[in-house]
Design a protein around this ligand. Structure first.
Ligand code: SF4
Length: 238
């Protein structure tokens, strides 16, 4: 069976930090190397794109710009959710060590945190009432982060373990709550291109990404990539 293995991204995050010693304070790197940033899923995302027709039709330069945009959008949204969660935790008197996506919640026994169920660009925004999530985020859940994004905007990594965690677990949508083990089995059985999670491809795409986020080569604020406020909802879904 392919994929379905957890991939420790801590090593990759250290690699990114070392590769860019001059930019420790960079907003992009700080978030990209955060233990909860879904780096593994982002690499899988970029790998998947190589199998898609529209992506293959782009020039190498356009691919770099598009990929930079995807990375920037993911980083900006990750940081926004992280800030919001910190605020929620403060209001509820939760200490940082107890925080985290599914911390303190009951995750079903069959779940091994492969994250395949959350590798969806968007979902049905049917949230329990009252929801508690900002309305804009509900729309982002419904529409996705934009073209080229292949996993849920709220999917995070479980502290660099490569395992997944839902950053809005207590607030997640009803379809996410109804997900059952037979659907999980279905994802496990569904084949995917062997290269998507192969060590070799992940290494190649990691190198590519490292060059891409190297601020000296391609500053994310230029090349048509908004650094702070991407217009998520104006972009098409996949
Ligand atoms: S909201 Fe949470 S459970 Fe639902 S798809 Fe996104 S990450 Fe997965």
């Amino acid at each position: 069976m392919q994929n379905h293995r957890l991939y420790k991204s801590n090593r990759m995050k250290t690699y990114f930090r070392k590769k860019n010693p001059g930019a420790p304070a960079s907003f992009l790197l700080k978030n990209l190397c955060d233990p909860e940033f879904p780096l593994y899923f982002l690499l899988r995302n970029l790998n998947w794109l190589q199998y898609e027709k529209w992506w293959k039709a782009l020039s190498p330069r356009s691919r770099r710009v598009r990929a930079a945009r995807i990375v920037a959008e993911r980083v900006v949204f990750f940081s926004e959710v992280k800030r919001w969660k910190r605020m929620q935790d403060r209001e509820n008197g939760i200490r940082p060590a107890e925080s985290g996506g599914t911390a303190g919640s009951t995750v079903p026994e069959y779940c091994d945190k492969c994250g395949l169920c959350c590798e969806v660009a968007s979902g049905l925004a049917d949230f329990p009432c009252p929801c508690g999530l900002p309305e804009r985020w509900q729309a982002i859940f419904a529409n996705g982060l934009g073209k080229g994004h292949r996993f849920c905007p709220f999917l995070w990594e479980d502290n660099g373990s490569g395992g997944s965690t839902c950053s809005i677990y207590p607030w997640r949508s009803i379809p996410c709550r109804l997900f059952e083990s037979d659907e999980c089995d279905f994802f496990w059985r569904t084949p995917e291109p062997a290269g998507v999670s192969s060590e070799k491809n992940l290494l190649l795409i990691r190198r590519w990404l490292a060059n891409l986020v190297n601020a000296r080569k391609l500053p994310l604020a230029s090349a048509d990539v908004p650094a702070k406020s991407p217009e998520f909802l104006k972009l098409d879904r996949i």
